[in-house]
Design a protein around this ligand. Sequence first.
Ligand code: NAD
Ligand code: ZN
Length: 252
Amino acid sequence: MKMEELIKKAAKDLVHTKNAVALTGAGISVESGIPPFRGKGGMWEKIDPMKYAHIDAFLKDPAKVWNVLVKDMKEIVEQADPNDGHNGLAKLEELGILKTIITQNIDGLHQAAGNTDVIEFHGTFAWQKCMDCGNRCETSKVDISRIPPLCDCGGIYRPECIFFGEAIPVDHLIRSQDIASKCDIMLVIGTSAVVQPASSMPMITKQAGKKVIEINPERTPLTDSVSDYLIMGKAGHVMNRIIEEIEGLLVL
Ligand code: NAD
Ligand code: ZN
């Protein structure tokens, strides 16, 4: 089926439910200027993830990880605004269709767009935490005139998102699994679906006999196996068109 036909199909599927959820990944924030990890233009083209995004790398040399990864991320995230993809999901919540977003992103853009129930599966970049005393400081306010930035107690600040090699907060995992098993439709947007356990959420929805709709310019391991269909396009354009179609159906 062509993209336009699939967009109309998704609008028809969504307009009848009050219990949709979205699973989002780095791809939904690409149009806000935040590069994804994998694929074309991804950060992994420039840096080796195991050298910089693994907890062991941070513990071994926090200044190096701050300099190469965290400082850049801070600058990029602080300049980013929600795009049509995020705004489309906020509109779906406003229309009473979408209940919850499970996001792998740490950029806070879903909340900035207006969604009120966002599970930050991998934590948040909005805050830093002292590794010694646990004191928290907003990332935008942390003093980076020296790297790594230090808390008043002398401890090192680290972002409140998880590095590779760290466990998912267990309450986030349990709630996400519960939501995935009870929703009517899961929209999977901008995720390469290779990072576990986030990528197992669509499988839970599928096994519960419910619908999984993917939005991504590329195929993923979910395509044709777990997803009912893939709308092959960018999140911003596709979400804009889905909202237009839903609004058209609602006035009929
Ligand atoms: P990923 O980098 O592995 O994959 C990105 C996916 O987005 C790809 O499948 C790609 O085809 C798709 N994509 C690219 N442009 C798109 C667009 N305009 N619209 C829709 N889809 C598009 O990302 P991931 O699956 O989220 O996984 C990796 C990890 O990266 C996560 O743990 C996440 O925390 C972290 N991450 C987060 C951010 C962020 O917060 N914005 C940025 C980079 C990485
Ligand atoms: Zn401290």
